[in-house]
Write a protein that binds this ligand. Sequence first.
Ligand SMILES: Nc1ncnc2c1ncn2[C@@H]1O[C@H](COP(=O)(O)OP(=O)(O)O)[C@@H](O)[C@H]1O
Ligand SMILES: [Mg+2]
Length: 274
Amino acid sequence: MGRVFAIVNQKGGVGKTTTAINLAAALALEELPCLLVDIDPQANTTGGFGFARDPERLSTYDVLVHGARLAEAALQTEIPALKLIPSSKDLVGATVELMQQDGRAFKLREALAEARQEHDFVLLDCPPALDLLTLNALVAADALLVPMQAEYFALEGISELLHTLERVQSTWNAKLELEGVLLTMYDDRTNLAQQVTANLRAHFGEKLLRTTIPRNIRLAEAPSFGQPVLLYDPRSRGAEAYRDLAREVMVRNGVESRRTATETAREVRFWPYS
Ligand SMILES: Nc1ncnc2c1ncn2[C@@H]1O[C@H](COP(=O)(O)OP(=O)(O)O)[C@@H](O)[C@H]1O
Ligand SMILES: [Mg+2]
């Protein structure tokens, strides 16, 4: 049974989409079947895989509002083990349309029932808001992955999110957990970053992930080439960091790579896997 992670932070620009794209890619490159669901009407994850806007295509909107099956909406990415449910700008109106429906917070959870069986990991890229779309993700998820920058007010921003987590736990999804807090665009040379990290460590303990994602220009460039950084520049620091994150997540969840020794040996000549 797969694990479902909502990648969430109500703040924009903290690295949710970058993490969704590259963590999913890194897990899928370990031959673990993964599904990435783009729940943000801005559709940055969809664009980041090189899928242009296409009003004819089924999207997360059709899944949430019209009960389309995930399998019908899934797009095959360049990485064989990774499929994507694309977003579309229709999703902006989904909240209003869902308001008239029963069980509006459970739409994604219902839609994911089958996908959970078929994938090791399902990642949900959330919009920068604690709205009905994000609520659907929190109700559907087993755990939250919270990307954030090491800023002075980081903890303040996160307290609203943790409050939401508690509300969702008590009302809709008792087993929802915090998987981890991930520091993104991280520069450990600054005193500020070190202080904030120490505070976060004191507050979150083991929930503060050991892996940090450095600021790396390759991560920002890759989406305009329609590729995860792991394909665009597999030797970059950004790619390395997301491979480390994938391994940390795998270890924490007791999941092993399905790459065979032969595959690894063959690819090691081209790929920076070891
Ligand atoms: N580690 C990083 N290094 C450099 N640029 C990054 C990094 N992470 C994200 N970015 C850039 O920062 C911007 C916001 O990141 P994004 O992942 O879209 O955040 P969110 O989805 O939380 O709004 C994007 O332009 C992205 O390319
Ligand atoms: Mg985003």
